[in-house]
Design a protein around this ligand. Structure first.
Ligand code: NAP
Ligand code: PAF
Length: 305
């Protein structure tokens, strides 16, 4: 299958590696043009796979049979939109990212559009990407053109199991958002590994209660204790990890907060709900982001400013 992977970071390289190994005709799409892209992925068993790919080939994009988008939520509209005019009308697009609300920022697309929610775990260093833990990828349709594309789950499953098709991908995405909306900003607030959140379970309880209110109004059947249990399971399973949001803060990058807590608060407002705990965490993370944004501005402005 002719596949383009847009966003060749940690998750993108994991998929580039898996799809290349399966014999698919894969190219990467980078922010900045380069004649080719060399990557190295180290598996959970410490086996290393290095490969050089063609990148940003518009002709290949025009013949593409699948566009897999592994950008961060906030990078997605500006990264994806310039590619749309070149992409065949029938080429499925899979958006694989954490958070929700990205499609609200996109125009209506004619291409079949899917969302993938994954618990695969990978991180990258300047020299390699490390597959840290095997996870589960749930794939489902975001528009009617994608409703009958369940065969895509099988193709992805062959490359990087497990992958399964979910007609109701909205519920899967909300459940993942619930986990991220608790763990990610709390680890920023306490500047800690995920496991240390076991010391602030009363806060976890309050956050889960607020999320359950919104999810119920979204028509998703859940309650505080179910959410609490799934959040605590992830805290324990990833105890030694630094969350992606804390890593972004430490590297002074913009975070996915607007598509995680920000989206939760946006939906709460639509239902007339007030979420004081999440609002406070949202402000906390935005404050950290604006602190380093103004630091950067200060250090890049001439001293007369
Ligand atoms: P990442 O390593 O930062 O990858 C994003 C990549 O996209 C980077 O290489 C970035 O380049 C590139 N990019 C940014 N703007 C672009 C543009 N306009 N055109 C082309 N490329 C562009 O992030 P990630 O960890 O792979 O995560 C991707 C998404 O998957 C996130 O939503 C994340 O929450 C989710 N996720 C990740 C994991 C994981 O284990 N990594 C697991 C589950 C879900 P620069 O770095 O040069 O900006
Ligand atoms: O964003 C992250 O870091 C991860 O999705 C999770 C599950 C919170 C584990 O660190």
């Amino acid at each position: 299958m002719r596949i383009t992977v847009l966003g060749c970071g940690a998750l993108g390289q994991l998929w580039l590696c898996a799809l290349t190994k399966m014999g698919h005709d894969v190219q990467g799409w980078l922010k900045v043009f380069a004649p080719h892209f060399r990557f190295q992925v180290v598996s959970t068993e410490q086996d290393s796979f290095s490969h050089t790919l063609s990148v940003n080939d518009s002709q290949k994009l025009q013949q593409c049979e699948l566009l897999l988008v592994t950008l961060k939520a906030q990078q997605l509209p500006s990264g994806l939109l310039p590619l749309i005019p070149l992409l065949p009308k029938e080429c499925p697009i899979i958006l694989m990212h954490n958070g929700l609300g990205v499609v609200d920022d996109l125009p209506q697309l004619t291409q079949p559009l899917c969302h993938a929610v994954t618990t695969q775990a990978a991180y990258r260093t300047p020299t390699a990407t490390f597959h840290k833990a095997w996870g589960f990828t749930q794939l489902g349709p975001l528009n009617s053109a994608a409703a009958s594309l369940s065969n895509l789950a099988e193709i992805l499953h062959q490359a990087l199991p497990d992958v399964a098709w979910y007609d109701d991908i909205k519920t899967s995405a909300w459940k993942k958002l619930a986990v991220n909306a608790v763990i990610n900003p709390l680890t920023v607030k306490y500047h800690c590994q995920n496991g240390q959140l076991m010391d602030v379970l009363s806060e976890v309880t309050l956050l889960c209660r607020e999320i359950a209110l919104v999810m119920n109004r979204e028509g998703i059947h859940t309650d505080d204790s179910q959410l609490f249990e799934s959040v605590v399971n992830v805290i324990q399973a990833t105890a030694g990890n630094y969350s992606s949001m804390l890593q972004d803060i430490q590297a002074q990058r913009s975070t996915e907060i607007d598509y995680i807590t920000g989206y939760l608060l946006k939906r709460a407002r639509c239902f007339g709900l007030n979420l004081p705990q999440h609002s406070a965490l949202y402000q906390w993370v935005k404050q950290q982001e604006s602190d380093y944004a103004s630091d950067t501005l200060r250090t890049t402005l001439p001293s007369s400013w």
